[in-house]
Design a protein around this ligand. Structure first.
Ligand SMILES: C[S@@+](CC[C@H](N)C(=O)[O-])C[C@H]1O[C@@H](n2cnc3c(N)ncnc32)[C@H](O)[C@@H]1O
Length: 246
């Protein structure tokens, strides 16, 4: 980590990287059964050996150059869902590499299917808990950007501890970002957005790119996914947050 001589890793980061077995970590996702389509299944069968990555419970740092076959700035999407955002971003920025992580197999099949259709070679799909990936396999200062779009809101107060945007996870992400790297979050859950703003603003290694009102304008690179479309249909506001690693 690019700490200056007089700074110490934060308590939050120490908690996030503690080597408890993965099963003891608080899960930020709900197990879901979603049906896999024939096309998604076919994409997994054909493309997973080349473009897929299982996140191991234990493991060493990823050889990113080997994973992508080149060295380019790496962007990570946590909880990519059906992959609309990562495929749009990767199409728009062929000079960057994109790693899409989720626990949802049909979504990962869809990522690979869409990436192939778009003729992309700069997208890889990782299956498993993004927090294990970040803790064990991504080195400090390795990421050019992290995107977290419409994370599960865990609305009940007793479940707030499951929210992915919480201080120890943000400290971990800040550590994995390069200086000048970007963390971008979006949610349609107003109360979660307010909490995100507090958590991100409190992370010493991050600076809000829009300190005035706190929230960022909607970025053009983010396509409207079904979560955003539903929010708009149901009259909810969408909040974007954009922070830079200092
Ligand atoms: C509400 S969905 C949003 C999907 C997508 N970002 C979008 O905007 O359409 C949240 C996604 O995050 C995934 N997720 C939640 N926690 C995760 C974790 N720790 N590791 C990997 N994926 C996670 C879920 O499986 C789910 O697909």
């Amino acid at each position: 980590m690019s700490t200056s001589a007089n700074s110490q890793p934060s308590v939050a980061l120490a908690e996030a990287t503690a080597s408890a077995p993965p099963s003891r970590h608080i899960r930020t996702f709900k197990p879901r059964r979603g049906r896999i389509t024939v096309a998604q299944n076919n994409a997994i069968d054909r493309l997973w050996p080349r473009w897929g990555l299982e996140i191991p419970a234990e493991g060493e740092e990823l050889d990113l150059a080997r994973l992508f076959g080149r060295t380019a700035p790496l962007q990570l999407e946590i909880g990519c869902g059906m992959g609309d955002a990562v495929v749009a971003m990767a199409s728009a920025k062929p000079d960057l590499d994109f790693l899409a992580v989720d626990v949802h197999t049909p979504g990962l099949g869809n990522v690979l299917r869409m990436a192939e259709r778009a003729g992309l070679t700069n997208v890889r799909a990782a299956s498993g808990d993004a927090l294990d990936l970040l803790r064990r396999q991504i080195p400090s200062d390795a990421l050019d950007a992290v995107h977290i779009y419409f994370p599960d809101p865990w609305p009940k107060a007793r479940h707030h501890k499951r929210r992915i945007v919480r201080s120890e996870v943000i400290a971990l992400i800040a550590d994995r970002l390069r200086t000048g790297g970007l963390l971008h979050c979006a949610t349609d859950w107003a109360e979660y957005a307010a909490e995100m703003l507090v958590v991100l603003s409190a992370e010493p290694w991050l600076r809000n790119r829009y300190p005035g009102c706190g929230y960022a304008p909607r970025p053009t690179h983010r396509p409207v996914t079904k979560f955003e479309a539903r929010a708009v249909r149901e009259g909810r506001e969408v909040f974007d947050l954009s922070f830079t690693k200092i």
